[in-house]
Design a binder for this molecule. Structure first.
Ligand code: ADP
Ligand code: 5GP
Length: 213
C-alpha cells in the first residue's frame, strides 16, 4: 500500500569538498539507493572504473547522446562535458527507488527546472575553509598540481551557487555530515508529494469515518 515515489537526491560542492566520499557512504548505508553514473568526456583517474564511476565517452559520442535526448541534464565543467543519462534514472524512480547524483550547480538547476523538479532533494556541501579544500584535493592525490590549481580557481564559481539548494552542510567532520545527510534524506522521503498512496489512504479513512459516525 505504501509505495513511494523515488527521489532525485543531488549532491553538489566545489571539487574536493567530499561529494564522492559521502556518496559512497550513503550507498553503503542504504543499498536501495542507486547512483546515477554520469557520462563524461574526461579521462579516467587512476582507480576509476568505467560503468561504475563514470561512462567515459568521446566528445562525439557524448554529443550524439545529448542530441538524441538521452541526457536528463548536461554541462561543461573544467573543459570537459558531463551529463546524467536519463534511462537508468527513469527506471529507478518508477520503481520507487531514490537516485543519488554527484553533479555541479548547472546540472542541479536543470533537474530542478525539469518535470522531475518536484521530486528533487538538493544538498550543497561547503568546505570548512578554502585552505582545507586545497589540502583535501592534494591529499586525494589523484590530480596533477596544474589540475588542482584549476579546480581551486573554479571553486568559487561553484560555491557562489550555494543558495539555490534545499540544504547546505559544512562538511567538517565526515561522520557528522553523513549523519545529517541521512536525516535529511529520511525526512524528505516522508514529504507528502513522495507518498502518492496517501490520497487513497485518506479516502479510506474518510469512508470509515462516515461509516462509524
Ligand atoms: P569531491 O567528490 O567533492 O571532489 P572527495 O569525496 O573526493 O571530494 O574528497 C576529497 C578528499 O577529501 C578525499 O581524499 C576525501 O577522503 C577527503 N575528505 C572528504 N571529506 C572529508 C572530511 N570531512 N574531513 C577530512 N577529509 C575529507
Ligand atoms: P570530477 O571530474 O571531479 O569527477 O567532476 C568534476 C565536476 O563535475 C564535479 O563538480 C561533479 O559534481 C561534476 N559532475 C559530474 N558528473 C556530472 C554530471 O553528470 N552532470 C553535471 N552537470 N556535472 C557533473
Amino acid at each position: 500500500m505504501s509505495t513511494r515515489r523515488g527521489l532525485l537526491i543531488i549532491l553538489s560542492s566545489p571539487s574536493g569538498a567530499g561529494k564522492s566520499t559521502l556518496s559512497r557512504r550513503l550507498l553503503d548505508w542504504d543499498p536501495s539507493l542507486s547512483f546515477s553514473v554520469s557520462a563524461t568526456t574526461r579521462a579516467p583517474r587512476p582507480g576509476e572504473v568505467a560503468g561504475r564511476d563514470y561512462h567515459f565517452l568521446t566528445e562525439e559520442a557524448f554529443k550524439h547522446e545529448v542530441a538524441a535526448g538521452e541526457m536528463l541534464e548536461h554541462a561543461h565543467v573544467f573543459g570537459n562535458f558531463y551529463g546524467s543519462p536519463k534511462g537508468a534514472v527513469q527506471v529507478a524512480i518508477e520503481a520507487g527507488r531514490d537516485v543519488l547524483f554527484d553533479i555541479d550547480w548547472q546540472g542541479a538547476q536543470q533537474i530542478r527546472n525539469s518535470a522531475l523538479g518536484a521530486h528533487t532533494l538538493s544538498i550543497f556541501l561547503l568546505p570548512p575553509s578554502i585552505r582545507e579544500l586545497h589540502r583535501r584535493l592534494q591529499e586525494r592525490g589523484q590530480d596533477s598540481a596544474e589540475v588542482i590549481a584549476r579546480r581551486m580557481q573554479k571553486s568559487w564559481d561553484e560555491i557562489s551557487h550555494w543558495d539555490g539548494y534545499d540544504f547546505v552542510l559544512v562538511n567538517e567532520d565526515l561522520d557528522t555530515t553523513e549523519a545529517r545527510l541521512r536525516t535529511i534524506i529520511e525526512a524528505t522521503r516522508l514529504r507528502r508529494t513522495q507518498q502518492p498512496w496517501l490520497t487513497d489512504h485518506v479516502r479510506a479513512l474518510h469512508a470509515e469515518f462516515e461509516e462509524t459516525r
